[in-house]
Design a protein around this ligand. Structure first.
Ligand code: ITT
Length: 212
């Protein structure tokens, strides 16, 4: 899908320390030729406090702070799961749903407990992703992707991360965690947001991408 920019020699910092998220972004953008680092290459980069009320606020903040610190174009992903019967939870708190420092297993377990008594037909949910790309001088571009589905009773599958074992996209039977990575990317919130970024930057050209 994103095979348009073979060998673009542009260095971009991914404003994340999340290993699985990094893997997905690298896989989705692999054919663009961009050189992608994440924050493990900048161990002294201060942690960005994610205190926004929306995915957009958090994505912008992460991209701008990391671009300023590294003096490189920075790409931030803020994402999460919005569950209708839980009033939109875990939403922007997806990474910390079971408490500060909670791991994926604890968050997933809390989600499954929270929907336990809700009929399957009322378990509609969606993953949201906002990708913000910032230049060190503060210029910012933003892209959005989402995918609708439902939360099942028991986790299934060993691929992906986070809430993937509990999420079945609309019209399908497999959870994200039962799919091959490329299959998830082709319909996922992150895949869609990054496809929009690729399309916009293809139009804008390499100069824009490198923040010159
Ligand atoms: P960074 O802020 O460092 O990028 P993070 O894990 O804190 O890493 P977010 O604040 O964007 O990232 O929170 C995203 C959480 O939402 C993530 O930890 C998962 O729990 C969940 N999530 C996001 N995308 C997901 C996906 O594709 N599959 C499953 N869960 C996902």
């Amino acid at each position: 899908m994103l095979k348009i920019w073979k060998h673009l020699p542009v260095k971009i910092v991914l404003a994340t320390r999340n290993k699985k998220k990094t893997e997905e972004i690298r896989r989705i953008l692999a054919d663009t030729g961009m050189e992608l680092f994440n924050l493990t290459a900048f161990p002294a980069c201060p942690e960005v406090l994610e205190d926004g009320q929306t995915f957009t606020e958090n994505a912008d903040k992460k991209a701008l702070e990391v671009a300023r610190y590294t003096q490189l174009p920075a790409l931030a992903d803020d994402s999460g799961l919005v569950v209708d019967c839980l009033g939109g939870a875990p939403g922007v708190w997806s990474a910390r749903y079971a408490g500060p420092g909670a791991d994926d297993a604890a968050n997933l377990n809390k989600l499954l407990q929270a929907v336990r008594n809700v009929p399957l037909a009322e378990r509609s949910a969606r993953f949201e992703c906002v990708i913000s790309m910032a230049c060190p001088d503060g210029r910012l571009r933003r892209f959005h992707g989402s995918v609708s589905g439902r939360i099942i009773d028991e986790p299934r599958g060993g691929n992906g991360f986070g809430y993937d074992p509990a999420f079945v996209p609309d019209g399908l039977q497999q959870t994200f965690a039962e799919m091959a990575g490329e299959q998830k990317d082709s319909i996922s919130h992150r895949g869609r947001a990054l496809a929009a970024l690729a399309e916009a930057l293809q139009t804008a050209g390499e100069k824009n991408l490198s923040c010159e």
